[in-house]
Design a protein around this ligand. Structure first.
Ligand code: SF4
Length: 340
């Protein structure tokens, strides 16, 4: 317990020194968009660091995600998500398999965080999210990864399953922005986010990339470790994300630089409640909200133990989902081809 606390304090202590150094070396603003220049201003007036520290305080009795498990992470406890206060990262690399407007020529600069608070039984990244495959890293390491990824030509920084490490990400971003990072930040999330956490990310996240997994609390509870409030919490989160970043449309360079991009994975036997998910989006968000309807469901991890989700999707099930999205009048649809 003590060891983790020491590491954490060390992580945050050393940021002060790095921050001072970064102030001397920071880039002048360069090629960036108004949103990125505003983020640089937040760095200059110390607001990025302040937000990171407020998020860090939420780990005292952790309330970062809707699980609200109260783990004393700053004292070394691990939460329901299995994360302590020590940052753990599974991998970082340019990724060419994300949505086209996030990839460009250089790829999306993904940083896969270890652990997860939602813990779905069908998770395709279960080695990271459930088994905890990853390496302990310092916040400065993460900042260096961000800089490296931009240096490799990545068009954004894409933090995958980020919520339980929100403080670390914002503090790493503060350092990276001070060293000249100019690409957008993508918050690649399960969608199940607290408003209190999201509000501290306002002006920091450029692109929200949430899942909208279920419309039924019963299904969410069954397949995502009792998260019965998933539909309600995610709906509120989507509205807040829309308020912060607006609708996602590609710029002349074919990339999305800002906006809300929703993913919905259609599941077999109606488990994801696709019709109601689509209906809610069409009714509560602009009709040109970006929605990626995904056909790639595969029974990964423990899914074979649950009959309703122990097979792939049929073509008929997916075609029905596409039809419903079109009938609902959604105009900014990405339709994933059926896997062969
Ligand atoms: S982020 Fe982890 S530790 Fe914090 S409330 Fe959620 S599950 Fe608990």
């Amino acid at each position: 317990m003590k060891r983790t606390r020491r590491i954490f304090l060390q992580q945050f202590g050393s940021i002060l020194a790095v921050g001072a150094w970064a102030g001397m070396t920071e880039a002048a603003g360069g090629k960036s968009s108004p949103a990125i220049r505003s983020r640089l201003e937040m760095h200059r007036r110390g607001e990025l660091r302040e937000r990171g520290e407020k998020l860090r305080d939420m780990m005292k009795e952790c309330e970062l995600c809707p699980r609200m498990c109260g783990a004393k992470r700053l004292e070394g406890e691990r939460g329901f998500c299995s994360a302590s206060a020590q940052l753990e990262i599974s991998s970082h690399h340019p990724h060419f398999g994300e949505e086209r407007p996030l990839v460009g020529r250089g790829g999306s600069g993904t940083i896969f965080l270890t652990h997860c608070g939602l813990r779905c039984v069908f998770c395709i990244n279960w080695e990271l999210s459930h088994r905890g495959d990853g390496v302990e890293r310092e916040i400065e390491d993460m900042a260096a990864m961000m800089i490296d990824l931009e240096g490799m030509g990545c068009v954004n920084i894409n933090v995958v399953t980020p919520t339980h490490y929100a403080p670390h990400i914002v503090l790493a971003l503060d350092i990276a922005v001070g060293k000249g990072l100019t690409v957008p930040l993508v918050w690649n999330t399960c969608g199940w986010e607290r408003l209190e956490t999201l509000r501290l990310l306002d002006g920091i996240v450029d692109i929200y990339l949430p899942d909208f997994k279920y419309s039924s609390g019963e299904m969410a509870a069954k397949y995502s470790a009792g998260a019965r409030d998933y539909p309600k919490v995610t709906q509120q989160a989507l509205l807040e994300m829309q308020r912060q970043v607006g609708t996602a449309h590609p710029a002349p360079d074919s990339l999305v630089h800002r906006g809300l991009m929703i993913r919905h994975l259609v599941m077999p036997n109606g488990v994801s409640g696709t019709g109601r998910v689509i209906h809610w989006i069409a009714k509560n968000l602009p009709k040109d909200t970006y929605l990626n309807l995904m056909s790639q469901y595969t029974p990964a991890y423990m899914a074979s133990r649950y009959p309703d989700i122990s097979r792939r999707l049929t073509r008929e099930e997916f075609e029905e989902a596409v039809k419903q999205a079109e009938l609902a009048g959604l105009t900014n649809l990405e339709i994933q081809p059926m896997p062969r």
